[in-house]
Design a protein around this ligand. Sequence first.
Ligand code: HEC
Length: 289
Amino acid sequence: MKKISLLAMFTLAAAFSVSAQAADRVGDFTLIDNNGKAHQLSKYAYNKALVIVSQATGCTTNQENIARYKQLRTNWDHRGVSFVMLNSDVRDERAGIRAEEAVWKYDFPILDDETQLVAESLGITYAGQVVVVDPVRMNVLYRGPLPAQPANAPLGQVLTAIVADGADSRQMETVAVEAEGGAGAGCALEFPARDANLADVPDYETEIAPILIERCVGCHVEGGIGPFAMNSHMMIQGWSPMIREVLMTGRMPPMQIDPTIREFTNNGNIPVEERQKLIHWINAGSPRN
Ligand code: HEC
């Protein structure tokens, strides 16, 4: 199939470099926003695109751009594009996110990516970064700053392409815009858990198995109500893609409660560090050791 190359159409300011490559795929995820509402990527499938703006408390790039985020939404939301913010800053808690929203009136749902796992999967590195995802095919189509003139820049080109009749993101690429030297155009985010788990992959026997025994094996045992038994490394390795999906969407363990609002939602009761360990271990190939 022919790839549509958007690059040919771009004219760019010299301070940024643009690259395009086969589209990155993301898995489904569910996160809770600043108002306690759950957002699942696949539930945005009635949209042609979801624009995700990375946000952090106190980040001046976000604060200065509020009016321009809203303008972008005004220009695109009637064409099938939805907008959310994503807070993946390790220093931010839900209460702080709410306080920031009360002061700055972002007026976008701010999804709380407390594990940072969604930012990692989207390739987000700084607050102020904008990511465009096709929620049907789960392809990342744009990753970069909010340009001064979005309509004439890669961001506008990508949105125009994905909202077009008959658009198919499988024939599109991930367009990445970076400031010269690979730097971000916003507030850098740190990923301490990912860095630690990359440098020292969690150990199957002493770290991973104990989490599964405590959180999952009660049901996922021979004769249990779970559809498969987590009774060997091979079994767990084989089910790893599904385990990652149910963890990222908060489907497992069942009936989780959002502790900050005391309502039933489906995300959150496995501690942050445990979810990070499991996902980082799976991303590393679910090694035996
Ligand atoms: C309270 C019992 C229970 C616990 C605890 C539990 N599960 Fe499950 N799990 C189930 C049941 C029942 C199903 C099948 C129905 C469903 O998919 O919701 C299931 C399905 C699954 C599936 C298959 C999903 C699919 O779509 O085929 C995976 C993967 C999974 N669980 C992983 C986990 C992991 C990982 C944990 C621990 C973090 C866990 N489960 C904890 C009961 C449980």
